[in-house]
Design a protein around this ligand. Structure first.
Ligand code: FES
Length: 88
């Protein structure tokens, strides 16, 4: 199933990026050396990240970050904000 139409990324490719350490939609795009375009795939990618991380062990850095969130850095896709989408 395609997750990102703009870059033809399917669910298997997104899962592979998550298995290799991606923890945000922006990091999935960076994994494939792409940038967010329309942003319509971001909510689905966020759901996939959440599902993936729900099964992670407590030693995962993203698990610790979820329980002790740090201030959010400037998103890499700030130019997409006119559309109300943040991929970080
Ligand atoms: S569908 Fe992913 S950026 Fe457009």
């Amino acid at each position: 199933m395609y997750v990102c139409i703009c870059h033809a990324l399917n669910d298997k490719q997104v899962t592979k990026a998550l298995e290799n350490g991606a923890r945000t939609p922006a990091s999935v795009f960076r994994h494939y050396e792409r940038q967010v375009q329309c942003g319509k795939c971001v909510p689905m990618m966020r759901d996939m990240v959440q599902s993936h991380c729900a099964n992670q062990c407590p030693s995962c850095p993203s698990h610790a970050a979820a329980h002790h969130p740090a201030p959010l850095p400037e998103p890499a896709n700030a130019e997409s904000f006119p559309y109300g989408i943040a991929a970080e």
